[in-house]
Design a binder for this molecule. Structure first.
Ligand SMILES: Nc1ncnc2c1ncn2[C@@H]1O[C@H](COP(=O)(O)OP(=O)(O)O)[C@@H](O)[C@H]1O
Ligand SMILES: [Mg+2]
Length: 213
């Protein structure tokens, strides 16, 4: 059976697409799965993360593969990668236009990170609309959460109005996410940390959604 395909998309830059992509990849590796990452963002942040990981030997790469693709080449790329890997994760540029369609079309699940520190919920509607038009399940992941703050509560409430599934698991605003991204690591690698628990919880929830899908 071909592997599952996850597309991480959100019109707003800086919402955490690359952070979620990299950390989910490590989360699935920790579950013993093989993972292919595909970067279709010309900025190439995920590629830098992967190359840093390779060059500095920041963590295991034997079950991890990386590719870049054009927006339109993604269908072919994913067909190849999903034959060999349990999970394929596609990181996308901050856009919600027709260029994004092929990446949505190949997805089993669309993950939409929403950064709590900037209210990017309005930007989220575009991606949710496109996902609906392709008949794809979308899951909002609240990122850079600030538990027990007014802003955190406001954003969570506003997200409910978008009529999309919101993951129970959230990623808090933590320096380790930014640090790990720059060092080619996942925030869940190494010591037991609160970030590790967050990433593992999100990975399990995503795995469950894929299994049910
Ligand atoms: N949960 C988080 N805690 C702290 N910093 C974060 C978190 N998520 C993202 N960041 C930081 O925010 C910036 C933008 O995140 P990134 O994943 O690159 O967003 P996008 O890919 O959507 O543009 C990066 O510098 C990243 O390290
Ligand atoms: Mg990015």
């Amino acid at each position: 059976m071909p592997g599952h395909v996850i597309t991480v998309a959100q019109q707003k830059g800086g919402s955490g697409k690359t952070t979620v992509s990299a950390n989910l990849a490590i989360g699935f590796l920790r579950q013993g799965k093989s993972v292919a990452l595909v970067d279709i963002d010309p900025q190439g942040s995920l590629g830098r993360w992967f190359m840093t990981r390779l060059e500095t030997e920041a963590g295991p790469v034997d079950q991890l593969e990386f590719a870049t693709s054009s927006a339109w080449g993604i269908t072919y790329e994913v067909r190849k990668l999903s034959e060999k890997n349990d999970i394929v994760i596609i990181d996308t540029p901050p856009k919600a236009d027709s260029d994004l369609r092929p990446a949505l079309r190949v997805a089993d699940l669309v993950i939409v990170p929403v950064s709590v520190s900037h209210v990017d919920l309005w930007a989220t509607e575009g991606v949710l609309d496109l996902a609906r038009r392709e008949d794809k399940e979308a899951m909002i992941v609240l990122n850079r959460g600030r538990p027990n703050t007014r802003l955190g509560t406001d954003v969570a409430k506003a997200a409910e109005k978008l009529m999309a599934r919101i993951a129970d698991a959230t990623l808090a605003n933590r320096v380790i996410y930014a640090e790990a991204l720059g060092q080619g690591r996942g925030a869940a690698e190494g010591r037991k940390t609160p970030a590790q628990a967050e990433v593992d919880a999100l990975t399990s929830e995503v795995a469950q959604a894929l299994a049910n899908g």
